[in-house]
Design a protein around this ligand. Structure first.
Ligand SMILES: Nc1ncnc2c1ncn2[C@@H]1O[C@H](COP(=O)(O)OP(=O)(O)O)[C@@H](O)[C@H]1O
Ligand SMILES: O=C(O)[C@H](O)[C@@H](O)[C@H](O)[C@H](O)COP(=O)(O)O
Length: 172
């Protein structure tokens, strides 16, 4: 049986580059890309737009949809790349409960660089003021998790080249 590169979740705080890197990585892998932002219920979008951080209860149904998407596409033989903040280990556990093979790519960087990038972009609902709570909520993936870490000071092309070199090679 052919072993494929697993489903990939590009994770990290808001502004770390999930949409940018996820889209580029998916194109290089010739896979579909889904931005988890598009799966938030309207109530979550409204809450963030009003400057309030989401809590566990707000995120639970969203993570459920994300886990199901990863599992369903993988079982259909078309694993995807998906962008999702996945800030806490319990959130990643919930995703893994649906799709245990999920590989996380953590976009890691400092507050000032991410803050600058957030301030320079337009976002449908996410204000830069929520960066502090995103960083406070982040639980960095442990060495026991299936994860690759990327340094966001590099260009998107450099990041994706390094990720492609580090991905498990498909076997026949
Ligand atoms: N590695 C990078 N180098 C320079 N700019 C980047 C990089 N990654 C993302 N950006 C820019 O930073 C901003 C935030 O990136 P985005 O992909 O929207 O992050 P997220 O989806 O995690 O919120 C965007 O304007 C994007 O173009
Ligand atoms: O769990 C959360 O608090 C949100 O998912 C958050 O982490 C996410 O960042 C927003 O959806 C904004 O979207 P961007 O990550 O694209 O800024």
């Amino acid at each position: 049986m052919t072993e494929m590169i697993p489903p990939i979740v590009v994770m990290g705080v808001s502004g770390s580059g999930k949409s940018t890197i996820g889209d580029l990585l998916a194109r290089r892998l010739e896979r579909a890309f889904i931005d988890g932002d598009s799966l938030h219920p309207q109530s979550n979008r409204d809450k963030m737009a009003a400057g309030h951080a989401l809590d566990d209860a707000d995120r639970a149904p969203w993570l459920e949809i994300i886990g199901l998407k990863l599992a369903e596409t993988n079982h259909a033989g078309s694993p995807i790349v998906l962008a999702c903040s996945a800030l806490k280990r319990s959130y990643r556990d919930l995703i893994r409960a649906h799709e245990p093979s999920t590989l996380f790519v953590h976009l890691s960087g400092g507050k000032s660089l991410i803050g600058e990038r957030m301030s320079a972009r337009d976002h449908e609902f996410m204000p830069a003021s929520l960066l502090a709570s995103q960083l406070a909520t982040l639980e960095e993936p442990g060495s026991d998790e299936r994860v690759l870490t990327a340094d966001i000071t590099q260009t998107p092309a450099q990041i994706v080249d390094a990720l492609l070199a580090a991905l498990p090679a498909p076997t026949a």
